[in-house]
Ligand binder design. Structure first.
Ligand code: GLN
Ligand code: ZN
Length: 796
């Protein structure tokens, strides 16, 4: 894409500023089309390969990515190709760059000043240890990245954290591209977002906030920018999504002040050519009041998410010298863009008085799979409606041409986009009248159960559980044998009969193990599920599954979100046979296990042609029927997992209430058809529940399990303060790490828990499902959990 003489240009650009490319993407998937990076790094962790092997695979992947993006039409000469690789997580990378390594890992980092005249990065083993923990050293906490299903590692910043330019990986990766003739645009988490996403290190004073350290951090970013300029980088991208989000700890005025301070230091005090031109990217939402503030600084370009955020309606002062990168192509979903209306929006944006308008994606393409053409088994009609990362690059290139050369230059592409949309609107299955009628007929009583006090009594009489009952969140380790059987069955090499027998054998093993360990409420272990959402998607009408549609969830973990394209129908019971079989093996209560409507939506690529609330209720009705069938089969406990409830929480506080109203209603629609004596559990994966505690209450589940181990039960104070009346299971075993917690450690957590909430409310369970762990870790961990529960029970 060579930039043409300039219909997009309304203002002026400083002559010294390198021109921004007419089209770009904010980032690209890093795990590889065949999950090459995942496989490489996991082999390294397992001790089968060396760090050099992983580096080689990673370098190859980066090289292939650059070549692919050039092939798709991005210009190799002008910084339109982002350099956005990471071995694990971009926030951890930023922490490594600025040397912000928590003191418990300090022994892993080379000492400041130890290496003359340069930086010595953490090696891959040390980097991995900070991400995953080791021995008694807990890893960094992990939490959701904005409203996506990506998770980042939370930096720990204290008053004494010594920032220094400790890792020049962004510079080396830029040089690597340059050596191949590609001038990339390095992408780094910006300083304000880095600090706003960090948590205060242990021992920091109560009134300390990591953003207090901005002034100390900025010189390190300045040093990085200088090093990039020296290496020849023309543009750098600093991601500042924290500015589209309201934070609980820092007011938006404070955040905006920080933004202005940061970009005064980085863009004004540090002048070009001592640094590259700066693109500040604000994906995932609306910058709102932060936009004029940022426009007033000397940054050369600003990327807006105009899919999630709006288009400002009036000219913005300060933009006259700034390039606006308009994120009109959705980086967050997989539908083909409506190119004509994207061009309309680009033209509106050109009216805001910016020096230039360029085409971009709304977010990094990290959240979508690589390539629709890599999905030969997908229904060809559906395939025609989709755009994965590579197709989105094509859309960007087309829109950039349309913008610079006029619509006629891209008439064919506009027509193809229009006809794909039209095909989708009238395809069979997109609207099913029987589904619409049932949803229209719902009334208040379909969303309500009886009073909790009566339920509690009926459940206690039926289940006969001890104080501090122990249970798990559902899945047990997915062993190589299970995976092999599932894959063979999918390929048609293992008959359904044999496959189901293997799964039943696994269930027998899992039940025996739980009985031996002494857990109180048993599960079947979910061996038949590849993934908690995909499994239901495969068994409901209205969804399609992909073959290679992997996206990174955290670290090396990838998921393959299904595509929810039509009205949802449950053609037959899904889980009932597995749960009934499990119940036949034990006298203990067995918990049926379902995924909730909000999580099914959050972890799927969801249709964008109707409100999410309507789609959620369709899924909820299918689950309601499933729960009725479980209850009918004699299952007394049903868990409906909603780990993603908070994930879809809008980034702006003003939008929370509306979201929580429909999401909580969908959960209640799914779960309120049962009798008093049937105990409904839910599981939520977060520790940050302060802001949705009311919603947890609103779910009206009899028991809620939550993540708590990494944050040392901080959540309980909120729960106690809210007077939450029902059962609560704060996780006492962090399953995101291979560490085995000791009995003493669990006892300590539980002792804290009984001090914070009434023992009658308390359940004892791990933080999350066990499927990513190995039995060597899980068995002793669960033994310690049960032993600790017994010990604390004995003190009550
Ligand atoms: N029941 C699921 C499991 O145990 C819950 C997983 C989750 O919350 N992410 O795997
Ligand atoms: Zn979980």
């Amino acid at each position: 894409m060579t930039a043409a003489p300039d219909p997009r240009s309304a203002g002026t650009i400083d002559a010294a500023t390198p021109e921004f490319p007419s089209g770009t993407i904010l980032g690209y998937p890093r795990i590889g089309p065949r999950r090459e990076l995942k496989k490489a790094i996991e082999a390294f962790w397992a001790g089968r390969t060396t760090a050099d092997d992983v580096e080689r695979t990673a370098a190859e992947l980066r090289s292939r990515t650059r070549a692919r993006l050039v092939e798709l039409g991005l210009d190799p000469s002008n910084a339109s190709i982002p350099s956005s690789f990471s071995f694990y997580d971009q926030v951890l990378d930023a922490a490594a760059v600025v040397g912000a390594i928590p003191s418990r890992f300090a022994h892993l980092a080379p000492e400041a000043g130890q290496v003359d005249g340069g930086t010595r990065p953490l090696d891959l083993a040390a980097y991995s240890t900070i991400a995953r923990g080791a021995g008694d050293d807990l890893p960094l906490e992990m939490t959701k990245w904005f409203d996506t299903n990506y998770h980042y590692l939370v930096p720990e910043i204290g008053p004494d954290t010594a920032f220094r330019f400790a890792d020049d990986r962004p510079v080396r990766e830029f040089a690597e591209g340059l050596a191949e003739g590609v001038v990339t645009r390095p992408v780094i988490v910006g300083p304000v977002t880095f600090l706003l996403l960090a948590k205060a290190a242990d021992g920091a004073p109560a009134d300390f906030a990591p953003i207090d350290r901005l002034g100390d951090l900025l010189p390190v970013y300045a040093e990085l920018l200088r090093a990039l300029a020296d290496a020849g980088a023309t543009w750098v991208q600093l991601d500042e999504p924290a500015l589209v989000s309201d934070s609980v700890d820092v007011t938006s005025e404070r955040a905006i002040d920080a933004l202005v301070q940061a970009y005064t230091v980085l863009a004004t005090d540090l002048a070009r050519p001592d640094r590259p031109a700066i693109l500040v990217a604000a994906p995932y939402g609306d910058l709102a009041a932060a936009l004029p503030a940022l426009a007033g600084t000397d940054v050369e370009a600003i990327a807006l998410d105009v899919v999630r955020g709006g288009v400002p309606s009036d000219p913005v002062a300060g933009l006259e010298t700034t390039t606006l990168v308009a994120g009109v192509v959705d980086g967050h979903n997989i539908w083909r863009a409506d190119l004509a209306s994207a061009l309309d929006r680009l033209e509106t944006l050109a009216g805001l008085g910016a020096a230039a308008v360029a085409v971009g994606t709304s977010t990094s393409l990290l959240h979508v799979p690589h390539d629709v053409d890599d999905e030969p088994d997908l229904d060809p009609t559906l395939r025609g409606w989709l755009a994965f990362a590579d197709q989105k690059v094509g859309e960007v290139v087309t829109l950039a041409q349309g913008l610079t050369k006029g619509r006629d230059a891209v008439a064919d592409q506009l027509e193809a986009s229009r006809s794909a949309l039209a095909s989708r609107a009238k395809a069979p299955g997109v609207v099913r009248p029987e589904v619409r009628e049932r949803a229209d007929g719902l009334g208040r009583r379909d969303f309500r159960r009886g009073p909790y006090a009566e339920r509690k009594e009926a459940q206690a009489a039926r289940l006969q559980l001890p104080l501090l009952p122990t249970t798990t969140i559902g899945s047990f380790p997915q062993t190589p044998d299970i995976r092999r059987a599932r894959a063979a069955h999918a390929r048609g090499e293992l008959s359904t009969e044999r496959y189901e027998e293997e799964m039943r054998a696994e269930i027998r093993r899992v039940v025996e193990l739980q009985e031996r360990i002494g857990l109180d409420v048993l599960v079947h272990g979910e061996p038949e599920r590849n993934d908690m959402v995909q499994y239901f998607a495969e068994n409901l009408d209205g969804f399609a599954a992909t073959q290679n549609g992997w996206v990174q969830s955290y670290g090396s973990r990838c998921v393959r979100p299904p595509i929810l394209w039509g009205d949802v129908v449950r053609p037959a019971p899904i889980t009932v046979a597995w749960s009934s079989y499990t119940a036949s093996l034990t006298a203990k209560p067995v918990k049926g296990m379902l995924t909730g409507p909000v999580t099914i939506l959050a972890w799927s690529f969801v249709r964008n042609d109707q409100p999410l609330a309507d789609t959620a209720n369709q899924v909820a009705l299918a689950l309601r029927d499933e729960i009725a069938d479980l209850e009918g089969a004699g299952i007394g406990v049903v868990q409906v997992d909603e780990p993603a409830l908070r994930e879809l929480l809008p980034l702006r506080a003003a939008d929370h209430a509306a979201y929580l109203a429909w999401s909580v209603a969908a959960f209640r629609l799914a779960t309120s058809g049962v009798r008093d004596e049937t105990q409904v559990h839910t599981h939520l994966c977060y520790s940050e529940f302060g802001e949705v505690i009311g919603a947890i209450d609103g779910l009206d589940a009899d028991v809620t399990s939550i993540e708590a181990a990494r944050s040392k039960m901080e959540i309980l104070a909120d729960i106690a303060a809210a007077g939450y009346p029902r059962g609560i299971g704060p996780g006492v075993y962090d399953i995101h790490s291979p560490r085995v917690p000791s009995e003493a450690e669990v006892t300590e957590l539980l002792t804290a828990a009984v001090g914070a909430v009434a023992p009658e409310q308390l359940w004892v369970n791990p933080d999350c499902g066990l499927k990513t762990r190995r039995y060597e870790e899980v068995t002793p961990s669960l033994e310690h959990v049960v032993a600790a529960a017994r010990a604390v029970r004995a003190t009550l």
